[in-house]
Design a binder for this molecule. Sequence first.
Ligand code: AMP
Length: 736
Amino acid sequence: MADDGMILNFDLGMDVVAPKPRAKITGGRWRDRVKAQKSLQASASSSSAKEGRKSRDGDDGNVDAGYERPVKRIRVDQPSAPKAGGRPGGGKPGQPREITSSLFSFNPKAVTNFEEAEVEKEAAEPSNAPLAENSFKGLGLSDRLVAELEKLKLDKPTAIQKTSIPLLVNSTSDAFIQAETGSGKTMAYVLPMLHRVMALSQDSKIHRNSGIFGIILTPTRELAKQVYAVMCQLLRATPWLVASPVIGGESKKSEKARIRKGVNFLVATPGRLTDHLQNTQVLKLSTVRWLVLDEGDRLMELGFEDDIQKLITQLGKAEVAPQTYDGVSLANLPDRRITVLCSATMKMSVQKLGDMSLKDAIHVEAPKEDAVERKAQESTFSAPAQLKMSYIVTPSKLRFVTLISYLKSVFARKGSVMKLIIFISCADSVNFHYEMLRGPPAREKSSENPTSLTVNTVAHAAYITSAANKDIMLHRLHGSLPQPVRTATLRSFSDCKDPTVLITTDISSRGLDIPSVDVVVELDPAFSIEDHIHRIGRTARAGRPGKSVIFLTPGCEEGYVSLMASNSGTPTAQNYDTVLQNGLSIPMELPFETHAKVEEKQSYTEKAENLQLHLEQRLLEDRKRLDLGRNGFKSHIRAYATHTKEERGFFDLTQLHLGHLAKSFCLREAPGGIGNGIERKASKAGRAKKAGRDGPTAGSKRGREDAGEEVVGGQEAFMRMGRMMGKLGASEFNLG
Ligand code: AMP
């Protein structure tokens, strides 16, 4: 855990080493004074020799056997002949004197031998594409709905739709829809429900005041808005039927007003719906015939079990009305309430939710003959077959420059990639990466309108542009942003006509359907393999192509490749050196002036080092930016501690090299303070447990991304924390 090799850019503009003041010995006989002086000098010279040895071998005097010897440290200020490619830091004699560490020395080596694919693998046949030989008409949907689908350019059902629609348009049974991400499962439950309510309105006077017929619960506000948008599109044909979102973060008052005005379908997040059930008198449940629990595993993970239980109990108490409030018969609707549970997985939590909510449910799955053969068939869930997955094993020190290089290559050709999502573990780290990758404020579009909701979440990207793609937009999104900002940012990303990058937390990993995301980058691995599948499922949707790449560090994280292989398909290896070479061969214009320069004539390693130095200098020159780096680093570590228990072997906190990791946050040293706060939090959680209090976050990940508490301590405290993590479940460290 030593910070070996972390000799960083100390500003040596002042005295390099201040000479120690000499102790003056006074009193006693002169002979004794001379003797004492001599022994003092001898001990001083032996300790300086020791220090010399220490600094050569590393801070603690030991060289870790797993690391390479450091290459020669470069003194920028020496008036030696300039090397080809210039001096790292670009310093001229007379400029501040700096010592840079090599990004390429002291790095842990990858423990596995992976072969980099020479030729890119052909993508497999899409597993979630619409089925060629089928039509919606043949599934028993009304002409009106089919016409509406055609307007949306949807004429053939996907495999899950082909199975679920004929079953649900007639059945009165509960259903469990198990479908992989991006397979069209929203329409699989929405279409049968709309078909039956629309059929009802053909010969009777059904309108927005006839009552609520369906409630759809989703784990996130974003997903709720998206499902609501799908419903609105389909309800265009029947403007007398109305859907409404009921989600946290929006004005409760206006939601109440809408419910009072009349709503037939509610798309809700559990917390806000529970609130309305308690406080909104006009919200009546007797006409409700469908309860849909979308992304069931996520609903449970986020700790909504109690809210869902309350809703089920309240629905159970409400009689099933045979007619609307104004006397229109509902005889053509199911005579009982139907619950539809949707999930890509069949985890324990989903089974528990099923036990709570379903009665004699039918299991709906895409028929095997419609699904393309794939290796991971035996797993309970999988990623789209056509998705091209890869991984890069990158030492921590090189993580940020490798990310920039990767992005540069991706956006090198015009039109090849339009939308890319970068997943990061926590909100603070999202803020840091956004700040570091954005261009100067003067060039921002949003600065044209300083009152815009996206003024702080959308900017022009810098560093990753190329001659072909001069305008790339950058977006940031996480749970700590106010809801209107979240909504506006997501819309901006979705509607963006320029190539664009979204830097986000797992808030965007589930259900979000952003048209044509081409690439998903997991800069931080997900907290569980299920989250990983959901993240990569943001691309390759409904038969479209897509790519994903995950960044891993050498060592235990490499073991994660086999876990991915058995769940989502085998990813191919990309060598970070090749990524750096390719990315940095594309001309780079640094958008901000610092001493460090990246120049064409430099080798790729010099470019990487100078780019890193430039980023570090930018951090040092601005206190706010520096704080973003420090907070990002600390929250990153806290989030790292919350990988699921089963996967913690791959993400071992005690194996993190703080000094190297600091580099990836452009910090010259690891900020103090890793441990005590976590310990404080842990003991709080422990106390809560003892007191029998299981807070809403117990066992959930909610709030992880909003971590913001200050932590202090040192390497020892950090090690203690690591040991503690082994004893306690990750849930003890939920932060929020
Ligand atoms: P979902 O799994 O419901 O989030 O849907 C994933 C994507 O598939 C969305 O962009 C839908 O618009 C799209 N989609 C759903 N059904 C179809 C279909 N039958 N044909 C083409 N695209 C579809």
